[in-house]
Design a protein around this ligand. Sequence first.
Ligand code: GLU
Length: 465
Amino acid sequence: MSDLRVRFAPSPTGYLHIGGARTALFNYLLAQQQSGTFVLRIEDTDVARSTQESVDAILDAMDWLGLTCDEGPFYQSDRSELYKEKIEQLLAEGKAYRCYCTQEELDAKREAALASGGKPKYDGTCRTRTDQPEQPYVVRFRLPNDEGVTHFNDRIKGGISIRHQELDDLILQRSDGTPTYNLVVVIDDAEMGINLVVRGDDHINNTPRQILLYEALGYQVPEFAHVPMILGADKKRLSKRHGATSVMAYQAMGYLPEALVNYLVRLGWSYGDEEIFSMGELIEKFSLNNVGKSAGVFNPEKLLWLNAHYIKTGDASRLAALLTEFLEAKGIVPSEGPDLVAVVESLRERASTLVEMADGAAFYFSDELAYDEKAHNKFLTEGHRALLSGICEQLRECSGFDEADLEAAFAKVMERFSLKFGKVAQPLRVALTGGTASPSIYDVLKVLGKERSLYRIERALTVLV
Ligand code: GLU
């Protein structure tokens, strides 16, 4: 085991967003690759916005993507004693102070600062205060009020510096006694031994403040890697306007987790011009060095293309098991139909999602087909009676029902009626599937089997127009 310790630290205020999933994935890959440790921490200090439902949704989505953690989940709501202790420590050492300024006072100061063209930062009124009046207060971090600079080397973004003059004495504890994100994230990352923080670059402005807090608390500062945002096609931050952003919405739309994993990792990371990566290959090849500095643009067509790839090439029994849920959602009872693995094999070339596959599979499960009206009027006519009866007779004579048996039967029918393959196949297709688009006619016959196929042709013979 290496000593790399990384973490994913979602706030349970909603479902797992695909941006968050990518951050989790990068952490997971690094830990797997280096035999390090992947910690999961639920940042639920914002009691008003955190819900158990969101925690469950996040855990389910990580599970679906295969992002197993090595430690956790830990919950910040279980750790308030530790945070209190650290706040006391900072107060005792004079590194933090109680601020009694009211909201009205702060608003007035802010306006005055803005009016005089200054920065609207806290003016430090309570920095030197020594009394402790009986009134609500927040605890602020006493940032270095000097000409200094805090610098760090981001593993993705490169060197980043911020002048202390630009920083505000940030709040560590709210007036209701709850600690703030910037404090608890530092305490937890340090106490959990995290030595590389990989997170979204929406937090990059927090990092210099957090570094100063690490130092004030006597902790070792970890390394940081800030992952660029995901944007929509209009270059605006990805949101619902651009389509689904929840990981589990993709599951519901019939995507495979390996397609989403492959897509998300490539969105921001590259390896030559390779596009297809299994989780195993990603663990081997992923590197922060090849993560781009700028935002990636979400491309739903590419995700769909990858999904189609994994549907074409995935293990058919597994796909059959996954398809079951989608068939059931359509009111189909899969066990009453033909072999599901054979169904998948016949449809995988034509379906980009499991939803599409379930739509395409429906005909297999209904011997009492509803025929497409146009197809019915064109191909199931009295003019086709002799042909359909002839096909039926020929198929009934087949001793086996594999490709060679079917080819031989077709050859005889084609000869007997002097028709080309298509002219034989199309009426038969409508009789077997209800429409004119389906997998190859031999595949349909094989999947349905002799008995079901004959039943459907005979039934078609009773509805000719
Ligand atoms: N809980 C924070 C969020 O969900 C993550 C903080 C971090 O990774 O440092 O945005």
